[in-house]
Design a protein around this ligand. Structure first.
Ligand code: SF4
Length: 91
């Protein structure tokens, strides 16, 4: 088997800066943030402070990706990208 990326997780960690989430998976990302919030509460109530801190980093990354996804979607609805006109050159 050949690796497609140098990362053995193939950039699938929610906190990975290389991860680009399919906008169609927005609801799944929301579920992940809810799950992380619940797990942070559980970790804190059990005194697992290191675990809670790690989960907090993942929650911040997931929230950031959700915000970026929403901003990209609203930008794409309101902005038109000018690609210019093609020019014919004589050689
Ligand atoms: S954060 Fe990204 S590069 Fe690092 S292990 Fe996770 S997926 Fe791989």
């Amino acid at each position: 088997m050949t690796d497609t990326t140098p990362c053995k997780h193939e950039h699938a960690c929610v906190r990975c800066p290389m991860l680009r989430i399919d906008p169609g998976q927005r609801q799944r990302l929301i579920e992940i943030t809810h799950s992380l919030t619940d797990r942070i509460k559980e970790a804190k109530s059990n005194g697992w402070l290191g675990e809670a801190e790690g989960l907090q980093v993942s929650l911040q990354a997931a929230s950031k990706k959700l915000t970026a996804m929403d901003q990209a979607r609203s930008r794409s609805k309101t902005q038109i990208t000018d690609l210019g006109l093609p020019q014919i050159r004589q050689f």
